[in-house]
Ligand binder design. Structure first.
Ligand code: NOJ
Ligand code: NOJ
Length: 442
């Protein structure tokens, strides 16, 4: 079968996922009609819930996908549109950086005309500047192709990195805007931005010292998130404010954080035994929690965290989320990709449970890349990724629109409709699957 450019073959999902729907909606939510160019609305939904704002976090993550899409697409029209959106995003983000707000650069969201949002909110959210720096760094390396000013990008990156250096030790609200404290995923985002930013800092001729020092200290502090009693990497330490019922410490944000480790020089990447144990406990937690997971041959539906009460409109009962399930799929693809980069797979007492649960291997051993079983293991990880993608396909409507959540009881979509981040997370997972498939096919 010949697949059109946006269609990817999958083991499950009726054999394929057509990404064209997600690409259409993703493009539509950027510079949405009635907003300033470069704005990314979290969702077009204006009431119950009102998501018609530019969130710094959502926008930065969406722009990561936008850039990948631009680099991958064979469709000239998509190429032009994504380029324009990225250019406008840079201009709009500069405006955000210099707009006076209640918490300066830690401000979580802006009105769609670019003015500060001054209503009550969980603030600051310090992941924003780190995630924004990350996409700006990527754009810096493509500045010529995008006709962007290296000088402007350099200044913007420094502004955000300076904020990270100044603020990383201070409590901030988490990805879910509910708990003020120190968060694993934030630390991973800070470390990645500072690490990737080094080259930009060097080219700008600024002293690298303060950034390097902060990076090393963050790296060192990350170890504290491993909880030896729970045997997981916990989401938050030193909570000072916000919801107080997240007792398990399990949170998909932690798995998202592990995906920010793109280099073996850093800890807590997907292949780390600690992260593998965390993923195992997270999946088991959600498996037992949601009725749609019971007696189902689909992969486990994944939510934000087990104690979640946000139902997409108000506070009641939490539900699985599309983006949480997509990132879990991406985690399994990344396992395969990262093990391939490492050239060997080590099964030890530390991660044996994980391998027993998710692979056909049940003894400690080292499998080198020239062993036939190496490719077999990668294929087993890929199949898990595909199963999580098939899980969300099951709940996405025929028109391809994707909301924020799907019901824990019947799988129907709920919460903010056409959530931009849902599309972005589906696309990055599909592209990770593509990378892993290419490795396996070789
Ligand atoms: C409560 C949710 O738990 C939180 O994640 C969300 O950001 C806000 N409501 C705003 O929608
Ligand atoms: C609620 C989510 O918890 C938060 O992460 C997100 O930024 C907003 N919704 C907007 O999508």
């Amino acid at each position: 079968m010949t697949l059109s450019s946006g269609t990817y073959a999958f083991e499950n999902c009726n054999g394929y996922i057509d990404t064209d729907f997600s690409i259409d909606d993703l493009l539509l939510n950027a510079s949405y009609p009635g907003t300033k160019p470069g704005v990314v609305v979290a969702s077009p939904s204006r009431r119950d819930p009102d998501y018609f704002f530019h969130w710094v976090r959502d926008a930065a993550l969406v722009m990561d996908s936008m850039l990948q899409l631009n680099l991958k697409t064979l469709d000239a029209n998509v190429k032009i549109r994504t380029k324009k959106i990225l250019q406008d995003y840079v201009v709009f983000s500069r405006e955000n950086q210099i707009t006076p707000t209640l918490t300066g650069l830690g401000e979580p969201k802006f009105n769609v005309d670019g003015t500060a949002f001054n209503g009550p909110w969980g603030r600051p959210q310090n992941d924003g500047p780190a995630l924004r720096a990350n996409i700006l760094i990527s754009l810096y390396f493509h500045a010529k192709d995008f006709e962007l000013s290296e000088k402007l990008l350099g200044e913007m990156i420094l502004t955000d990195l300076d904020y990270v250096v100044k603020e990383w030790k201070n409590p901030s609200f988490d990805y879910w805007e509910e708990v003020k404290g120190l968060h694993f995923v934030n630390f991973m985002a800070y470390a990645r931005a500072l690490d990737r930013g080094q080259e930009v800092i060097r080219r700008l001729g600024v002293s690298a010292r303060p950034y390097r020092d902060a990076y090393l200290e963050i790296q060192d502090s990350l170890r504290k998130f491993w909880d030896p009693n729970k045997q997981i990497v916990v989401a938050t330490l030193d909570r000072v404010e916000g919801v107080d019922y997240k007792h398990s410490g399990i949170d998909v944000a932690t798995i998202i954080g592990s995906l920010y480790n793109e280099s073996h020089a850093r800890q807590f990447g997907p292949t780390s035994p600690q992260m593998q144990n965390t993923v195992l406990k997270m999946i088991d937690g959600f498996e037992n929690m949601y009725p749609i997971n019971h007696n189902s041959n689909l992969a486990t539906a994944i939510g934000r965290y087990p104690e979640d009460k946000y139902d997409g409109h108000g506070f009641g009962e939490g539900h699985p989320w599309f983006l949480a399930t997509h990132y879990t799929a991406e985690y399994f693809y990344r396992l395969g990709i990262d093990y391939n980069n490492a050239g060997k797979i080590e099964i030890t007492e530390q991660n044996l449970e994980f391998f027993k649960r998710f692979t056909s291997f049940n003894e400690p051993q080292i499998i080198e890349s020239d062993d036939d079983r190496f490719a077999m293991l990668l294929a087993e990880f890929a199949a898990h990724g595909d199963a999580f993608m098939a899980r969300t396909q099951e709940h996405i409507g025929r028109n391809g629109h994707i909301s924020e959540q799907y019901s824990r009881y019947n799988g129907y979509m709920r919460g903010a409709e056409r959530l931009t981040w849902s599309y972005a997370s589906q696309l990055t997972a599909v592209w990770a699957q593509e990378r892993l498939s290419n490795i396996i096919r070789k």
